[in-house]
Design a protein around this ligand. Sequence first.
Ligand SMILES: NC(=O)c1ccc[n+]([C@@H]2O[C@H](COP(=O)([O-])OP(=O)(O)OC[C@H]3O[C@@H](n4cnc5c(N)ncnc54)[C@H](O)[C@@H]3O)[C@@H](O)[C@H]2O)c1
Ligand SMILES: O=C(O)[C@H](O)CO
Length: 375
Amino acid sequence: MSQPLPVPKPDPLRALALLGALILGGCAATSGSLPAPAVGSLEGARVATPTDDGTRQLLFLAGPMEPGELAALEAAAPNVRCVVPESEEEALRLAPEAHGADGRICSPEFLTAAEQLVWVQSPSAGVAWLLERHGIRERGEIVLTNMQGIHGPAIAEHVFGMLLTLTRDIGYHQHPDRRGAWEREGSGREVVALSGRTMLVVGLGGIGSEVARRAHGFDMTVLATRRSRKERPAFVDRVGTAEDLEVMLPLADVVVLCVPLTEETEGMIDARTLGLMKPGAYLVNIARGAVVDTDALVGALESGRLAGACLDVTDPEPLPPGHVLWSLDNVVITPHVASRATLTNERRATLLEENLRRFGAGEPLLNVVDKAAGY
Ligand SMILES: NC(=O)c1ccc[n+]([C@@H]2O[C@H](COP(=O)([O-])OP(=O)(O)OC[C@H]3O[C@@H](n4cnc5c(N)ncnc54)[C@H](O)[C@@H]3O)[C@@H](O)[C@H]2O)c1
Ligand SMILES: O=C(O)[C@H](O)CO
């Protein structure tokens, strides 16, 4: 089973406001005024409930949570009994009766025994780890939903936090060796103003849009790619598809990777695509480590071809002590924590409650994963 996520503590009023944003912002207009941040997407929404009258008693096996949170879940869907299994054995025992389950419970053994299972809610946005598990991709009756978009605001702030650490030389001045030294020379690296520069957001989804919105606020020119053609948001100057990556890479001073890890994106940034980037550009990866070829990245950082990299995710992960990336002073690393925030927990809890309500009522679920596309 994967590691547990932080337990959310929902505030009912705030949850209501977030849910309002969901309905208003989930399919928000993408041009004109800037849309409010959304929680949950109606794109590809699909019913998972084995009955459409909302009366049948269903069983959902939830991930770790506080008793109060469990009660809130059950209140959202009176016809759904929610149980937090205390062990893998208990999960296996309940598997034949389960209609829905948190992805953390879905071991291959559980999935084999869970013959009535029609809904798996991933606790994460990335679902590569779940799609690989026995049966989820192949079993057409199982609707897989994820936490797509939930982490957007926190991660977007984290992207700029990491980036400014390098571009403003803040990391250098904060180093413990320099505490107490009024040393204005700094690292000697160029100190950069983002204003007027160009950012390329690769993967203009839930997270990428929040990054792009903030880049626009920094007076940057914003380019973006995404997998499908859709209307261009007002805060993006130019949006293309995956095929446009190579045309856009040479134009960007900062490239931010916000794509899911799929067959198409694994190794997307390698020696060749790094070679297309502007000399002196910055690379930010908050997506998944395997989207980038680590050896090629190290080469580009050591040679000075890239000015720096900001990595919340790495390949391998965890990044072992002594790995060369730790030794490069033009690299900022955080250990896969970019999404941490009370707000993220609230948004996660809101999405889960809303999906549980929809499950019980026989309504289409939010954030349905396209299993063929892998996200
Ligand atoms: N660092 C973290 O803690 C953290 C937290 C959450 C999510 N993530 C990662 O970020 C990913 C994105 O999350 P999200 O919530 O924004 O998901 P999302 O589904 O809202 O967005 C994904 C975007 O990527 C685009 N995309 C897919 N394939 C592409 C390709 N080949 N080229 C260009 N664009 C492509 C899609 O069109 C979509 O716009 C997750 O899959 C996960 O791997 C990391
Ligand atoms: O994908 C996500 O939600 C985060 O990276 C946590 O796994």
